[in-house]
Design a protein. Structure first.
Length: 136
């Protein structure tokens, strides 16, 4: 049974993430992606995780606790959670490519938990890619 990412989250959380389009990527396609695409997506997810933190911590939470309007907590919280889960999943998938030992890998996972620290992971993988290009 082939299920799109959007359909998976729709069945998991009970309502569609995107009401207008379905994601063209299925879970099976994500699992079979080549390493170059995974690295690029991981780099993008590092940035998206930071954006999710900004939306949740600097917009939605001040609106809730400062003005009593909690209407943004649920959508921004779900986005942040989705980006967090994608970050952790992709960290496992790209671990061997970036040659992270156990200590480095656990640091990357810890940085996913600390708000805004995925920026350091983003910089680390960009430095790795730059070094790799200089070696070639």
């Amino acid at each position: 049974m082939l299920m799109t990412v959007s359909a998976f989250f729709n069945s998991f959380i009970g309502f569609p993430i995107c009401r207008f389009t379905q994601s063209p990527l299925s879970l099976t396609e994500i699992l079979k992606m080549n390493q170059e695409k995974l690295n690029k997506i991981f780099d993008i997810v590092c940035i998206l995780e930071i954006i999710g933190c900004v939306l949740l911590f600097l917009i939605a939470m001040p609106m809730k606790y400062g003005f009593g309007d909690d209407s943004l907590i649920r959508p921004f919280g779900m986005l942040h959670g989705l980006f967090f889960m994608a970050f952790v999943y992709l960290a496992f998938k790209v671990r061997d490519y970036y040659k992270w030992n156990t200590k480095e890998f656990l640091t990357v996972i810890l940085f996913a938990i600390i708000p805004f620290f995925t920026w350091f992971v983003h910089r680390k993988i960009n430095n790795f890619e730059a070094q790799k290009l200089n070696e070639e």
